[in-house]
Design a protein around this ligand. Structure first.
Ligand code: AQP
Length: 329
């Protein structure tokens, strides 16, 4: 059975981009592949976090995974820092990846330029991401389009390590969704919707009530002209709405465009579709939020399985590079 691994940072409230680009694909994958879904809390530390908020976001992300339909009886859900092998293998990855390769990562270039403080961890986090994936001998990594470059780097690092030290890692494939692989901010449609963006009106949270969803879509920035056409290059605002509606209805964004002559009805229909799709999630999320013990038990069982799987790969990788195993191990 092929192995799937993916993760999300508990760095803020989850949004429609996280759902359409990642989580909804996890829900399908869990029934087809041996799937591990991680809350990558170590990645969240690459930018300063309030400790209490980080803990809250970690539990909330677990509740979000479960509420979205991840079933712990068929997939493994766990917190990255509960499996120390991630941090350990990350060092071996940092010593395998090139400085120049990390410097070329566009997410680093974009965000580092805008930040007051850039941690060394923010620079090296693609090495930790490679460790996350390679630890589980992952075949397939479902991610949004923004992570494609990091996945390529993981493949390069795995191939380099295998070439230097012998066959140790599986070289994984990225599985990037076709429609809505990059959901854009409703107020700034050339920028991706993001947890850390300072754009509350442009970011649709998974927990937004229907009236807030309706208001955000109503105020969405559209393009000059009045024609409804799917053309991300010249009509990014309208194309973003069509992509969201297409992802939820399973229709083609170009065909959907043919059904509209004005922006208003497209905004209203997209808001309705999003609110309806999120309603069952929101009900389940509220129940799980009231029952943190249930969420904690899922994470404990998930970490136990992940530790077991990770131990073998870490031991192989350490032996391959020549680290002396402790006596009696
Ligand atoms: N706008 C998006 N459209 C489609 N997919 C997206 N993803 C994130 N934003 C969009 C996908 O969600 C998964 C989890 O992402 P992450 O939280 O680990 O990191 P990120 O990509 O950096 O997400 P954010 O929301 O932008 O977080 P911050 O602002 O904290 O950096 C990934 O599969 C990602 O592709």
């Amino acid at each position: 059975m092929t192995r799937v691994f993916s993760g999300i940072k508990p760095s803020g409230d989850l949004h429609l981009g996280n759902y359409l680009g990642a989580i909804r694909h996890f829900v399908v994958d869990q029934h087809v592949h041996d799937s591990l879904f991680c809350i990558v809390d170590l990645h969240a530390l690459t930018v300063p976090q309030d400790p209490a908020r980080l803990r809250e976001h970690t539990v909330d992300l677990a509740a979000t995974y479960l509420a979205a339909g991840l079933d712990p009886s068929v997939c493994t859900l766990f917190v990255q820092s509960h499996v120390p092998a991630h941090a350990e293998l990350s060092w071996l990855m940092e010593c395998t990846v090139g400085f120049g390769e990390l410097r070329r990562m566009t997410q680093f270039k974009d965000k580092a330029d805008a930040a007051d403080f850039t941690s060394a961890g923010f620079f090296t986090y693609p090495a930790l991401m490679a460790a996350d994936i390679l630890l589980y001998r992952t075949d397939r990594v479902p991610v949004g389009d923004d992570q494609r470059q990091h996945l390529e780097l993981t493949r390069d690092v795995a191939t380099r390590f295998n070439g230097r030290y012998g066959d140790t890692f599986v070289v994984p494939e990225a599985a990037v969704a076709g429609v809505a692989a990059r959901v854009m901010d409703l107020q700034h449609p050339t920028v991706k919707m993001s947890k850390s963006a300072v754009s509350p009106q442009g970011t649709v949270l998974l927990t937004d009530p229907p009236e807030v969803i309706a208001r955000k879509f109503k105020r969405a920035v559209t393009d000059t002209g009045t024609e409804v056409r799917f053309d991300p290059a010249t009509k990014p605002g309208v194309s973003n709405l069509l992509s969201i509606l297409a992802a939820i209805t399973g229709k083609d964004p170009r065909e959907l465009a043919d059904g509209y002559t004005q922006y208003g009805p497209l905004k209203a229909d997209t808001a309705d579709a999003v609110a309806t799709a999120l309603a069952p999630f929101q009900a389940r999320h509220a129940e799980l939020t009231a029952d943190p013990a249930q969420v904690g038990a899922v994470l404990e069982a998930g970490a136990a399985r992940a530790r077991e799987l990770a131990a073998g790969t870490l031991a192989r990788a350490k032996a391959a590079v020549g680290l002396l195993a402790p006596e009696g191990s």
